[in-house]
Design a protein around this ligand. Structure first.
Ligand SMILES: Cc1cc2nc3c(=O)[nH]c(=O)nc-3n(C[C@H](O)[C@H](O)[C@H](O)COP(=O)(O)O)c2cc1C
Length: 187
């Protein structure tokens, strides 16, 4: 196992009390010590416009540099209308350009979706995976994480209230650490 791995965490919701943001923070606490998770904010990225590629806004270049510097990316997202929220798609597009200089290429990734609904954001999870195939982000296949009933997931301190779910998420992060080494071990 290499040293600590820097994992850029992208949260698909901009909401202050976002369940997905809480989940991302809980995952940071459950991850093995080899993973250092940090949320990369996407809420103030100007909408992607190809006309700006020649003279990009600093928010875009900062975001691209932050993703480039990361060893891996973890997406934690709600489902909006059976797909991913627009700010997340915007962040993906911003990171993917200029053409031929995508910041995402080759980064090991993982996708967690969470919803108060029963199917745990499955549609968003798989729409996101479609983009990750094109972006050459090798996304962990198993375990999958579709977290339903997310409005009942947390205790008062923001921890995962249910033992079974906590164990599952802890195992998920351990599997992700192993996946990162499978993809970039030795680097
Ligand atoms: C525009 C919009 C569309 C939504 N569409 C879905 C959906 O397709 N599937 C679903 O399970 N929940 C849907 N929801 C409910 C969200 O899962 C719920 O608001 C959730 O708390 C959002 O995640 P957050 O707490 O991280 O902000 C939608 C919410 C909004 C605001």
């Amino acid at each position: 196992m290499a040293g600590t791995r820097d994992v850029a965490v992208i949260v698909g919701s901009l909401r202050k009390d976002s369940l997905n943001r809480k989940l991302a923070l809980a995952l940071a606490g459950l991850a093995p010590p080899a993973l250092k998770l940090g949320i990369v904010e996407i809420g103030r990225l100007p909408l992607y416009n190809q006309d700006e590629d020649a003279n990009p806004p600093p928010a875009w270049t900062d975001f691209r540099a932050r993703i480039r510097a990361a060893d891996a990316v973890l997406f934690v997202t709600p489902e909006y209308n059976r797909s991913i929220p627009a700010p997340l798609k915007n962040a993906i597009d911003v990171g993917s350009r200029p053409y031929g200089q995508s910041a995402w290429s080759g980064k090991p990734g993982a996708v967690v979706s969470a919803s108060p609904g029963a199917i745990g954001g499955f549609g968003a999870n798989h729409h996101l995976r479609q983009s990750l195939v094109f972006l050459d982000v090798p996304a962990m296949q198993q375990p999958e994480a579709y977290i339903g009933g997310a409005d009942k997931l947390f205790d008062a301190a923001g921890g995962i209230a249910n033992d079974g779910t906590r164990k599952f998420l802890s195992g998920y992060m351990t599997a992700f650490a192993a996946w990162i080494e499978t993809i970039i071990g030795g680097r």
